[in-house]
Design a binder for this molecule. Structure first.
Ligand SMILES: [Zn+2]
Length: 65
């Protein structure tokens, strides 16, 4: 598994279909073969980063998930 954002393999598992990149501090959620990327704000809310990526870059298989 690698992070679609930074390419680092330091991915932790938060729960079922939920992962966390310890390098760039984003949350990854796996849904229907696609990864959703979210930034965790200081107040604990999530901001989606999906708009910054192409569909193909968010393919779970392409990132080894
Ligand atoms: Zn990362």
């Amino acid at each position: 598994m690698k992070c679609p954002n930074c390419g680092n393999k330091n991915i932790g598992k938060l729960g079922i279909n939920q992962y966390y990149c310890w390098n760039c501090f984003i949350e990854l959620t796996l849904t229907d073969g696609k990864l959703s990327l979210s930034q965790i704000e200081e107040d604990g809310s999530l901001t989606t980063l999906n708009d910054l990526f192409k569909e193909s870059e968010r393919e779970a298989k392409a990132n080894g998930f």
